[in-house]
Design a binder for this molecule. Structure first.
Ligand SMILES: NC(=O)c1ccc[n+]([C@@H]2O[C@H](COP(=O)([O-])OP(=O)(O)OC[C@H]3O[C@@H](n4cnc5c(N)ncnc54)[C@H](OP(=O)(O)O)[C@@H]3O)[C@@H](O)[C@H]2O)c1
Ligand SMILES: [Zn+2]
Ligand SMILES: [Zn+2]
Length: 338
């Protein structure tokens, strides 16, 4: 089968022919129809995120159809349309026992991270990781649910976004668009921050009541003003450069929560006195639980959350998707259709 292979930091991705995996006991083999390109792919390529596994097929926003099943999996699952949960936890560590597979101490697999993912014609996953996808959601439209929307659901859950909270979404890409909508559904008042007017316009269409232009306006001052002097109860950091982190932390309200979802080469610096005086919290969010993927699918199926797909590309044009993402030219996701 054809697959896009990652060979380690600072090496180009390659379209290669590799063996089609066979489903082992408890597995399903999925024929991939759509796979979103996440910003995390860029962190693999730069080496900022180096999990030490190569060669590897990247891609963790995966949609397809069950092509074959391994021993112990009901034959009826063949033909099912599915979206994949990318973590396969051990099921036994304290985190897995609480359903927090994203924190598992002994992962059996993490598709697109340390186990082959979706930038290929086929992917093999444990049957439990293949979640039924309602027909109402198209393939390309569904792909960004797998990380973009699920990450937003998890981060909003962790941050405890609540009724009337001022929520700032700093960086409006696929995860940011998920956060704008999920925060709104939780009753928050949302302000989106970004540099590209077209992306901010889309954030407004999805429920942000105000937007702030980074690089043009004084972001922290403007956020303070928009919130009537209170500041943000929650800031989701999707960019996390020195500049954005300074603005994010300056914009926090008393008891405000700064939630890191994105990261860059830059480190974060804050004087503890700021946190102490305002009882502020700095926290972070990674991945999602299987239950949160189910919730994300239901929200999109019900039309309560929309994914944003900029373009759909055949597998062999993957580099176009990567380049457009790196250049900031995408409004939402590029999705590969193997
Ligand atoms: N923790 C997790 O579980 C998790 C999951 C998924 C992704 N992530 C991480 O979260 C981050 C966002 O992911 P994504 O896929 O949504 O990325 P994305 O689609 O590239 O969106 C990020 C957006 O941030 C904006 N941006 C860049 N620099 C900015 C600046 N200085 N000020 C304001 N906005 C700026 C860009 O738009 P402009 O044109 O406006 O600059 C870009 O569209 C990445 O670091 C990714 O690795 C983490
Ligand atoms: Zn992702
Ligand atoms: Zn575990």
């Amino acid at each position: 089968m054809r697959a896009i292979r990652y060979h380690g930091p600072r090496k180009p991705l390659q379209l290669e022919q590799i063996a089609t995996p066979a489903p082992g006991p408890g597995d399903v083999l999925v024929r991939v129809s759509a796979a979103g390109v996440c910003h995390t792919e860029l962190h693999f390529l730069s080496g900022l995120l180096d999990l030490g596994v190569a060669p590897l097929t990247l891609g963790h926003e995966i949609v397809g159809r069950v092509e074959a099943v391994g021993e112990g999996v009901p034959r009826e699952r063949v033909g099912e349309r599915v979206i994949l949960y990318y973590y396969a936890g051990c099921g036994r560590c304290p985190h897995c026992l609480r359903g927090d597979e994203n924190l598992c101490d002994a992962l059996r697999a993490e598709h697109g991270f340390v186990t082959d993912g979706g930038f290929a014609e086929y992917v093999r996953v444990p049957a439990r990781n293949a979640v039924p996808l309602p027909d109402a959601i198209g393939d390309a439209e569904a792909a960004p649910i797998g990380c973009g929307v699920t990450t937003a659901v998890h981060a909003a859950n962790l941050a405890g976004v609540g009724l009337g909270d001022w929520v700032v979404v700093f960086g409006v890409g696929a995860v940011g668009y998920g956060l704008v909508q999920v925060a709104r559904l939780r009753g928050a008042r949302v302000i989106a921050v970004g540099r590209t007017p077209e992306k901010l316009e889309r954030a407004r269409a999805l429920g942000a009541e105000a937007t702030v232009r980074a690089g043009v306006e004084d972001v922290a001052a403007r956020l303070r003003e928009l919130t009537g002097g209170r500041g943000a109860d929650v800031v989701f950091e999707l960019v996390a450069t020195r500049e954005t982190m300074a603005a994010s932390s300056r914009a926090l309200a008393k008891r405000g929560r700064l939630v890191f979802v994105g990261y860059s080469e830059d480190t974060f610096e804050i004087h503890p006195i700021q946190l102490v005086v305002g009882e502020q919290v700095v926290t972070a969010s990674v991945g999602n639980t299987l239950a949160e993927l189910q919730a994300a699918v239901e929200l999109v199926a019900a039309g309560r959350v929309k994914t944003v797909v900029d373009r759909v590309l055949p597998l062999e044009r993957f580099q176009e998707g990567i380049d457009a993402l790196a250049a900031g030219r995408l409004v939402g996701r590029a999705v590969l259709a193997p």
